[in-house]
Design a protein around this ligand. Structure first.
Ligand code: NAD
Ligand code: LMR
Length: 338
């Protein structure tokens, strides 16, 4: 509500409601893996988010320092650091949103699936704790391979009897962020105005940007679209190679993770028309999990939106990704049920 509309209602309204602003609800956000390459800048960005009232920073090591540092920033949220498994319950209790960037990152020459052996176990144990301490939280899964870690989380929650498909999200926002940046550069349009849906999953060819739906529209040739698609699919590898053994995307991922968590918080707070792409339980294709546009609301996923019309190139990409995505999903389900 603008100040002007509040003023036209009279000063009694102003004094009662304080310039017409609604009270912002209390929201606790927990970051698991908060001392890591993503975790630290993500914690910083969540500290800057006025929708957060309590920020809980958990890791197996290093969180007292990160929490002390971030806590000095003069913004709304109270920050508490938790270190070690015995403090995980306290870190999670009462959380509305749990963001998980815990686990090992890639080195050059590795695929995301090469991280499975270590990260699957980490995600499984963190999700068991979420089921116990904050079963109603929205879970934002960043840990790779997302195509498998999301199904692992779903299975852990099912076993605990707490699974709600509306509350589990694989974070694919970085693919959207990249697609927007690369498209704006090629199409020579202002990046802030660009929208590009990215569907499928979050690894190699399973990442399918829909440049035929990109706005503002631009007349790019087939070769340019192919090159943009490949660059988006290989965006993670581009960073892994540039970092030459020192990990994968952390800063752009923190930005993307903060954007997605903000969208979840807005949805919880009842802001209308919050739509982001995310890897969720889905009936958009025959696969049980799939990334597409999702409308966020007070319970998490309000609506999983369809794919819209695809170009022939995108139709081919969609058919081409299904086998790999299916097997990554099945690998996660199998692991969780071992
Ligand atoms: P990192 O090694 O810098 O940080 C990981 C952190 O996780 C470390 O601080 C570590 O102590 C912590 N950790 C390990 N086991 C834990 C546990 N059981 N509980 C809590 N914390 C634990 O790695 P990073 O660069 O921050 O990347 C983290 C993960 O995010 C990787 O799996 C990476 O592949 C993934 N990632 C995903 C995306 C995406 O788009 N979804 C983008 C970038 C990176
Ligand atoms: C990314 O897309 O940057 C992440 O998934 C990290 C990686 O391993 O590429």
């Amino acid at each position: 509500r603008s100040i002007r509309s509040a003023v036209t209602r009279g000063t009694s309204h102003l004094s009662r409601r304080g310039y017409g602003t609604e009270p912002v609800p209390e929201r606790k956000v927990a970051v698991l893996g908060a001392a890591g390459g993503i975790g630290q800048p993500l914690s910083l960005l969540m500290k800057l988010n006025p929708l957060v009232s309590s920020l809980s920073l958990y890791d197996i090591a290093g969180t007292p320092g990160v929490a002390a540092d971030v806590s000095h920033i003069n913004t709304r949220s109270e920050v508490v650091g938790y270190q070690g498994e015995e403090q995980l319950g306290k870190a999670l209790e009462g959380a509305d949103v749990v963001i998980i960037p815990a686990g090992v990152p890639r080195k050059p020459g590795m695929t995301r699936d090469d991280l499975f052996n270590i990260n699957a176990g980490i995600v499984k144990s963190l999700c068991a704790a979420i089921a116990k301490y904050c079963p109603n939280a929205l879970v934002n899964m960043i840990s790779n391979p997302v195509n498998s870690t999301v199904p692992i989380a779903a299975e852990v929650f099912k076993k605990a009897g707490t699974y709600d498909e509306k509350r589990l999200f694989g974070v694919t926002t970085l693919d959207v962020v990249r697609a927007k940046t690369f498209y704006a550069g090629k199409a020579k349009v202002p990046v802030a105005e660009v929208n590009v849906p990215v569907v499928g999953g979050h690894a190699g060819i399973t990442i399918l940007p829909l440049f035929s739906q990109a706005t503002p529209q631009a007349n790019l040739g087939d070769d340019e679209i192919k090159a943009l698609t490949k660059r988006t699919q290989d965006g993670g590898t581009e960073v892994v190679e540039a970092k030459a053994g020192k990990g994968s995307a952390t800063l752009s991922m923190a930005y993307a993770g903060a954007l997605f968590a903000d969208a979840c918080l807005k949805g919880l707070n009842g802001v209308p028309d919050v739509v982001e792409c995310s890897f969720v339980q889905s009936t958009v294709t025959e696969l049980p999990f799939f990334a597409s546009k999702v409308r966020l609301g007070k319970n998490g996923v309000e609506e999983v939106l369809g794919l819209g019309s695809l170009s022939d190139f995108e139709k081919q990409g969609l058919e081409g990704l299904k086998a790999e995505l299916k097997s990554s999903i099945e690998k996660g389900i199998k692991f969780a049920n071992q």
